[in-house]
Ligand binder design. Structure first.
Ligand SMILES: Nc1nc2c(ncn2[C@@H]2O[C@H](COP(=O)(O)OP(=O)(O)O)[C@@H](O)[C@H]2O)c(=O)[nH]1
Ligand SMILES: [Mg+2]
Length: 336
């Protein structure tokens, strides 16, 4: 893609001067923390949708009590558990139907700091981007050391795969759920198809990219401690999440680069894939041949080395092409 364009050149000046802001709060068995979370939502928010889906504790009752005191609070009570992603989508559907300009997602367990609310909302409210996502790795010094080590490692790995799948090479901390989205983006994505469980933030990013939405990472602080044990089980979600990312990657390649404009990146990725298969096949052949005859097959070894180098080269070039093609959707922190 050529020269980087300013947001207002692409989409016109800010569409909404003083946007209405809805907060979507997924809450599952959060009777102890949901009250505190609601009470801490900044005044700036005009509506608070708390999505409870079949909690087995008193979450719904607590939310109803708050709804009587605070007219902004609306309980969205789902009868069946649809997962955190499904709950967010149910909240988004309410926002789409009731017409708020921006939807902010905050966790029901109070793990997202209200002090960062403006940071997350501002780039969307001023129409610098369509979707802003909190990033715990930038801005707040010392934050990384507070994140449990195994979660940090998993997060970094998933962030790399999410860059490849989504085309948003400028963002990290892909699992962060503190986000703001504008109406344009809400209407551009088919939310009913989104992944309903813990992989939802990754899924949203790929779909936003297919819809050509501008995305920004903003610094946030996450709250950790024994009180906030996550329900997420990394070993159980890792494999489904990697499969989801592969499927979304292929879907993005097909929709953006094959159907839309027949981009050469498809050829690069395809040849890279064939090269990689040949490389693995050659390696197996070399190992078997050496094991059975005691002689290393020279031609196969040379071909193995060449196919490996060519595949890596093509892969890196594909990443570079993808980066350039998406650069106009990257909004950097502090960009005006
Ligand atoms: N409505 C709803 N909310 C959920 C579900 N699973 C998790 N949540 C909420 O999503 C938020 C984040 O979940 P949590 O387990 O703390 O994950 P983590 O902090 O991101 O590791 C919390 O507010 C949960 O109450 C679910 O199945 N339905
Ligand atoms: Mg949590």
């Amino acid at each position: 893609m050529g020269e980087q364009l300013q947001a207002d050149q692409i989409l016109g000046p800010s569409l909404v001067k003083s946007p209405s802001i809805a907060v979507v709060i997924p809450a599952y068995n959060e009777e102890k923390k949901i009250g505190r979370t609601i009470a801490a939502v900044p005044e700036r928010a005009t509506r608070i949708y708390v999505v409870n889906d079949a909690s087995t504790d008193g979450t719904a009752t607590v939310v109803q009590e708050y709804a009587q005191r605070d007219h902004r609070v609306v309980l969205v009570d789902l009868k069946k558990n649809v997962g955190v992603g499904g709950a967010i989508v149910a909240g988004y559907e309410r926002v789409i139907a009731s017409g708020e300009d921006i939807a902010v997602v905050m966790a029901g367990d109070g793990q997202m700091d209200p002090a960062d609310f403006d940071n997350v909302v501002e780039p969307v409210a001023s129409d610098i981007c369509d979707y802003a996502k909190g990033n715990r790795f930038i801005g707040h010094r010392g934050q990384i050391s507070e994140i449990p080590k195994h979660r940090l490692f998993g997060n970094l790995m998933l962030s790399v795969f999410t860059k490849i799948a989504s085309g948003y090479w400028h963002i990290s901390d892909s699992q962060s759920g503190y986000t703001a989205i504008n109406r344009r983006a809400l209407l551009a994505v088919d939310w009913s198809k989104c992944y309903p469980r813990y992989g939802c933030p990754n899924d949203y990013l790929v779909r936003l990219n297919i819809a050509n939405m501008r995305v920004a990472d903003v610094p946030i602080r996450a709250v950790y401690g024994p009180e906030w044990s996550s329900h997420m089980r990394p070993h159980l979600i890792a494999w489904p999440l990697l499969r989801l990312l592969l499927r979304l990657f292929l879907s993005r390649m097909f929709q953006k680069y094959m159907v839309a404009n027949g981009h050469p990146i498809i050829i690069f990725y395809a040849v890279c894939f064939v090269g990689f298969i040949c490389n693995v096949a050659l390696l197996i052949y070399i190992l078997l041949k050496t094991a059975f005859t005691g002689i290393i097959p020279q031609t196969a070894t040379i071909l193995w080395g060449m196919s490996g180098m060519v595949s890596i080269q093509l892969l890196l070039q594909s990443f570079e092409m993808d980066y350039r093609d998406n650069e106009w959707l990257f909004v950097h922190k502090g960009a005006k």
